[in-house]
Write a protein that binds this ligand. Sequence first.
Ligand code: JFZ
Length: 477
Amino acid sequence: MRNKLIIFLVLLISATSVVCAQEAKKEMIPLKYGATNEGKRQDPAMQKFRDNRLGIFIHWGLYAIPGGEWNGKVYGGAAEWLKSWAKVPADDWMKLMDQWNPNKFNAKQWAKMAKDMGAKYVKITTKHHEGFCLWPSKYSKYTVAQTHDKRDLLGEMVKAYNDEGIDVHFYFSVMDWSHPDYRYSIKSEEDSIAFNRFLEFTDNQLKELATRYPTVKDFWFDGTWDASVKKNSWWTAHAEQMLKEMVPGVTINSRLRADDKGKRHFDSNGRLMGDYESGYERRLPDPVKDLKVTQWDWEGCMTIPENQWGYHKDWSLSYVKTPIEVIDRVVHAVSMGGNMVVNFGPQADGDFRPEEKALSAAIGKWTKRYGAAIYGCDYAGFDKQDWGYYTRGKNGEVYMVVFNQPYSERLIVKTPKGISIEKASLLTTGEDITVVETTRNEYNVSVPKKNPGEPYVIQLKIRVAEGTKGVYRDALT
Ligand code: JFZ
């Protein structure tokens, strides 16, 4: 009897502590402007965003005219920041509008170039920090409509890209160097009044963009790091909400957002704000340590030189990536469940520099052959190996994207528990690839008979054992 009582008490205590531990886990800081999504969005618009995987960035504005040079001095910093490097007053900077003459701009050619590269979406700088608008905004004096050219360049781009089946995303900088009401921080009542006017102006521009170009799929906010924006975090939640009401399915990046406490990207409860993380700028998560990124959507973006987004006339100032290095970063991102955006900085005349044309064509050659390992693919759940990256397709097939041919000419594959390899073949030719099981869950996969001479893809057909956990659960049905 006494023993039973003790057992009963022990059970009672352990049961209560489990409940308490669960309660403690759930205890969250109450937030008015925190995250709004529970986990990854799974609606069709978000799935399309994710399946696209490869996009391009277009940084185009007045900064393309000086191309990194002001008063005879070439600045090595990012060309789109030249106004700041050379300390040019806004009025002087805006005189560049008189020289805006994109006589070689051809939206159809731009769209064709993106299509040929294999890009499924394009992120366009509607307005960068300088304040010049690529659309005829009625809320600003600094727009394409006030130049000799007068064309709605953004409108032409939206149409041309959409005609090629390419989704259009809008880059929008909240920070605006041309606007007298912009404030970096709020130090007085006057600042506060001015900045409120500025936020109203920003709302108007956003509403204008959403109304004029209703096929827009995404807003990618930038220039939101200043104390003034963080202090007005309510506005970041409001802007997200407003655009979501205006544009069904629209996606918004995490960089817009700050919570009640001014915490950015992730709220004070550690939850991602916006629909996808946009903190990976010119860097990627660590493929071994940072696999937590597979739990949410994210998008990285990269420059081709070290750090030039807008057109800079001198690309000899830094290392310039090769097409294979760019492809490596794209596949790397997909292998960790992310998207990758490759940046282009068109010339002021509306043409692309030869280096960018060549790079885009080279990437296109590759994506045409091996795109199956990118589009619609996701994190595969296999341990990373030195030869390259794994991705997983929609039907549970696994792709090995081989960048480094090993000396041994054997590609080591370690499969997760419950996963075995049934068959391997070269993606391009269908050539059978020999697979030898060396120990449990470890295989030697042969390289192709003839080295393709470029990063190549081996497709694995896998078998999933009953009761397997992880990303392959669904493949069972
Ligand atoms: C911003 C801009 O200042 C830059 O000109 C370019 O448009 C780029 C895409 O975005 O630069 C950033 C923004 C965020 C980070 C780094 C550079 N970040 O989060 O590490």
